[in-house]
Each structure stands twice: as C-alpha cells, then as structure tokens.
Write a protein that binds this ligand. Structure first.
Ligand SMILES: O=C(O)COP(=O)(O)O
Ligand SMILES: [Mg+2]
Length: 241
C-alpha cells in the first residue's frame, strides 16, 4: 500500500456538520483587559478610591460591566457598594471606557485570518459577549472584523446574558440553524456553561479570562490553543493497494 495523494481539509473535525459559530469577544478575539483596567482605575480615582492593578481586573471580567464595577468597588471598599455608589462607579466606568475602548486592546494572534477563512467557507459567524452592546460595533470596526459577523448580542441586549443559554438560542433561532449545528467558542466558564445549556458544541481557548481557573474544569468538548486550529490542516492519505 502506498500513499497516492494528500488532500488538505480546511476545517477542524469539530466543525463537521456545523453551520454556525458563536464567538465570545473579551479574552477570545481581543485582549481588552488593558483598556478595561484603565477605565476601572479612572472611575475609582474619580470616587477617591484606591485603583486596582490590571491583574486584579483580569480576574473580574466575564459577567458584564455592572458586575465588573461592583467587584472593583467591593475590592476598594472591602464591602459591598451601596446602590448610589454603584451607579456613580458604573456611569464613570462607561464614560471612560466608551472614550477609549481600543487604545491598549489588541487582537489575539490568528483571529483575523481564522474569521476570514471561516466566513469564506460559508460559516455563519455571530458574536455573543457579556460586554455592553454599545461597545461591540466600534470594537469590531476598529479591528476590521465587522463584515464577518451576521449578528451580535451584548450583555444588555436581552433579558439574560451568559451563562444563560438565551443569547445563544436567540442567535441560532434568528439564523434559522438548529443548536445541534452550532458551536460556541469562548474563554470562560460562562461561555462553556451557556453553550452546553443551549445544546451547542463547546470549544474553549485557554489564553483569556476565566477568573484564574483552568478552562478544562468547565469540561468543554474541545480546548484549542488558538483560533487558527479551527482551520487545522489535516492530511488525508488516499491509499492505493
Ligand atoms: O464584559 C465581560 O464581562 C466579558 O465579555 P465576554 O463575554 O466578551 O468575555
Ligand atoms: Mg470572554
């Protein structure tokens, strides 16, 4: 038996029979913590409170902006913030972050070519983040990714956010693709929990923000080291006798 020819498949086997891929944003496509941390620090300074470090903020990202601000205030006060202070902190954070959401933020390696290739393959790509909706479009535009996505959902777009299945089911339903043909790709336990609850296949990336825990603990279907592995070239040996 000898190897007659080699063909290369463009897609990872986990994408076999799949038509929709839902991507998380923070910690999956973009390393946004430097800008988030800068905005949190400015907001706390405005309230005459101590400023957390970037690595503190890294552990607080994942449950949306209100919870990020609440965690920062609780850290600074060593107690839960009252609603009035939470409101002031949130408003200040939103103003500072809105003014500079992509100054220090970078795209993770391989993201652009992976999205471009998946889009070219005819995959429906959607974005599901817990970040407030108003920041999504400017960020996708800044990184020239907007055209790859047919739909985006923010943490404040619907009645529930990840780990709820709701935003994922909304994306599947809007795209008229059954959950069994959908994949959730993300960096945090909330992405994996939401994906499982929605009946999506789950793919995790270990380089983002997961509250300091290994993403393997959430038991995703697959862990990849970068998005380019979704396009892993697999040699197929066609054998002849
Ligand atoms: O804003 C957050 O808390 C996290 O956003 P993500 O869902 O894109 O990771
Ligand atoms: Mg994330």
């Amino acid at each position: 038996m000898k190897v007659h020819s080699i063909r290369y498949s463009d897609l990872h086997p986990v994408l076999q029979g799949k038509r929709l891929i839902a991507f998380d944003l923070d910690g999956t496509l973009i390393d946004s913590v430097p800008d988030l941390a800068a905005a949190v620090a400015c907001a706390l300074r405005e309230l005459d409170l101590p400023e957390p470090s970037e690595s503190d903020v890294r552990n607080w990202v994942g449950n949306g902006a209100p919870v990020l601000v609440e965690r920062a205030l609780a850290w600074a006060l060593q107690a839960a913030p009252d609603p009035a202070l939470q409101r002031r902190g949130y408003d200040a954070f939103m103003t500072y972050y809105g003014a500079a959401p992509s100054v220090l933020t970078t795209l993770y390696p391989g993201v652009q070519p992976a999205l471009q290739a998946l889009h070219k393959q005819g995959m429906t790509l959607v974005l599901i983040t817990n970040k407030p909706e108003r920041f999504i479009e400017p960020l996708l535009k800044h990184f020239e990714l907007l055209d790859y996505f047919t739909l985006w959902v923010g943490g404040d777009s619907l009645a529930e956010k990840k780990p709820s299945a709701l935003p994922l089911l909304h994306a599947a339903q809007t795209s008229q693709i059954p959950p069994s043909e959908c994949v959730m790709v993300g960096d945090s336990r909330h992405d994996i929990a939401a994906g499982k609850a929605a009946g999506f296949t789950t793919v995790a990336l270990p380089y983002g923000y997961n509250h300091g825990e290994p993403i393997e603990d959430s038991h995703p279907d697959l862990v990849l080291s970068s998005l380019t592995e979704l396009l892993m070239t697999v040699p197929h040996a066609t054998r002849t006798a």
